[in-house]
Design a protein around this ligand. Structure first.
Ligand code: NOJ
Length: 540
């Protein structure tokens, strides 16, 4: 028996950039509601909403100032209730982003905690300075220091992200019970689960100095600690177990062994995790230093995770990653072919597939010309750091333009009208000018489009127990070809994926189930970026 979250496709909406309904240049909940029928038509079964809560937007909503209210730019709580209800009518489940490692510094708890005598003091991690400096040598995820001195309280507070995002203190049981109440609030409203932001770093075992590293000095004190597992078990038994819902964790720096612990059903923590190792296969130590994408390396990482975990959360894009067609495919000569190849690849893996808005039409990395166009706080911090290291401007810009999170955050390209139909106003982040060529309206009408291919693959998967539940076995993981098999109850599907811009021989027999090219049978030759699934029957 499978769970509903294993049978459905998840679609992530980054609300700021999805659809603006009132002309203020920021996407909103009524805009999302207006596209629910399109998502249904595509075959989406679960909608994951990046944060829509009240927030001063230091990190576009990942800095929450009130977990029980909606940011006015996104709409009202009535809009949210309507979204939940209208999605339910279409049998689309809604999953919220649960950001509980930190709050915004404008959250009431934090403002109160600045008073050393307040009962909220221990909601956050406050420490006196050491030798006139911060309490330890840790460094933050956003390329800056991670302690901020607060005049009012005469101490420093810890923030693993921006200074406006103080970390909560999970040594204090009151924090856990506040979070559990927030979860119940949303589950009682009818949401079906949570995507849990950086959930494996919640618990800081100690605040000792960390081993000096190029990035994230101190992380050995908080990555996947026993305390974090304990908290997850509480969230499961106190809250999640009482609802028909699921939890997917965003887990940084996890190995397959750590992920297995997090997802082991007998431990009662998470249902699945987003890992990062495949996203790291084109980088050197940090995401800002990219190396040439080598499909073989990528395929071996995917294979390892497929083999070592019972169930994966499979993704190629999200709001933090560059666009997959620009990164793992070819966004020039083979844009359409390679985007469809990635669709077939993602939907043929074992695990729940996650699509990110725009992926279904092959949206590409941004076409910005300078830092003036970039809005992301992390990109600006890193740019400043690189300039401090005296790297030439041109090189800094190259680094930002290939790796910035804003690559994924440009407005959704709906049609050929101004600003791609995203807004009638001025978009908060510029639209990619390729929207006249790449947009949803045109692709829905074109039977050979990327959108229609996603739809076809989603339908194929929905009707195939082998694609959903079959075993995974890799046959070839080279730089040009990734070949793997899925097998279930006497059916063997062989998936051949070409990552090469050239034709190649890949002999294999079987009936052709699907190809991203227009063909009716397979002759052992793959066209550039071609992907096929071949079907055979085998003895059980
Ligand atoms: C991970 C989120 O995906 C990212 O967008 C955010 O900046 C950090 N967590 C901090 O919440």
């Amino acid at each position: 028996m499978s769970n509903w979250w294993q049978d459905r496709i998840v679609y992530q909406v980054y609300p700021r950039s999805f659809q603006d309904s009132d002309g203020d240049g920021i996407g909103d909940i009524p805009g999302i509601i207006s596209h629910l029928p399109d998502l249904k038509e595509l075959g989406v079964g679960i909608l994951w909403l990046s944060p829509v809560y009240s927030s001063p937007n230091d990190d576009n909503g990942y800095d929450i100032s009130d977990y029980r209210s909606i940011h006015p730019a996104f709409g009202s709580m009535d809009d949210m209730d309507r979204l939940i209800a209208e999605a339910a009518l279409l049998d689309i489940k809604l999953v919220m982003d649960l950001v509980i490692n930190h709050t915004s510094s404008e959250h009431e708890w934090f403002q109160k905690s600045r008073d050393p005598g307040s009962p909220y003091r221990n909601y956050y991690i406050w420490r006196p300075g050491v030798n006139g400096g911060p309490p330890n040598n840790w460094t933050s995820f956003f390329a800056e220091k991670c302690w901020e001195y607060d005049d009012r309280s005469g101490e420093y507070y810890l923030h693993l992200f921006s200074r406006k995002m103080p970390d909560l203190n999970y040594h204090n049981p009151s924090v856990l019970s506040e979070i559990e109440d927030i979860m119940r609030f949303w589950l009682d409203k009818g949401v079906s689960g949570f995507r849990c932001d950086v959930i494996n770093i919640l618990f800081k075992t100690s605040l000792e100095d960390g081993r000096k590293k190029l990035i994230l000095t101190g992380s050995e004190h908080y990555i996947s600690q026993d305390g974090a597992h304990g908290i997850l078990r509480h969230l499961r038994s106190d809250v999640l177990d009482h609802y028909d819902c699921f939890a997917v964790g965003e887990t940084v720096f996890v190995t397959p062994a750590m992920a297995r612990d997090l997802c082991d059903t007998s431990r009662g923590e998470l249902d699945m995790v987003f890992s990062f190792e495949h996203m790291e296969s084109d980088q050197i130590i940090v995401k800002w230093f990219k190396r040439r994408f080598r499909a073989g390396r990528f395929a071996r990482v995917i294979t390892r995770w497929q083999n070592e975990l019972a169930w994966n959360a499979n993704y190629l894009e999200n709001h933090d990653q560059p666009r997959s067609v620009s990164r793992f495919g070819c966004d020039a000569a083979y844009w359409k072919e390679s985007a469809k190849m990635l669709a077939l690849f993602l939907l043929s893996l074992r695990g729940t597939p996650y699509l990110y808005q725009g992926q279904e039409i092959g949206m590409t990395n941004f076409d910005f010309k300078s830092m003036d166009d970039v809005r992301d706080i992390e990109s600006h911090n890193v740019y400043r750091l690189l300039r401090r290291w005296h790297l030439p401007k041109k090189m800094c810009w190259h680094i930002i333009s290939t790796s910035s999170r804003d690559n994924a955050r440009t407005p959704m390209q709906w049609n050929t009208s101004g600003n791609a139909g995203f807004t009638t106003g001025t978009p908060w982040l510029s639209t990619n000018q390729n929207y006249r060529r790449i947009n949803a309206e045109d692709q829905r009408k074109d039977p050979s489009s990327i959108w229609n291919f996603y739809r076809r693959m989603i339908t194929l998967r929905a009707g195939s127990d082998t694609l959903k539940y079959g075993t995974f076995h890799a046959r070839t993981t080279s730089n040009r070809l990734f070949c793997f098999e899925r097998e279930y109850k006497g059916e063997l599907l062989t998936v051949l994926i070409s990552f090469a811009p050239k034709k190649q021989r890949a002999p294999c027999s079987g009936g052709l189930l699907v190809s991203n090219y227009d063909r009716t049978s397979y002759d052992g030759m793959l066209s550039p970026y071609e992907a096929v699934i071949l079907r055979n029957e085998v003895d059980q």
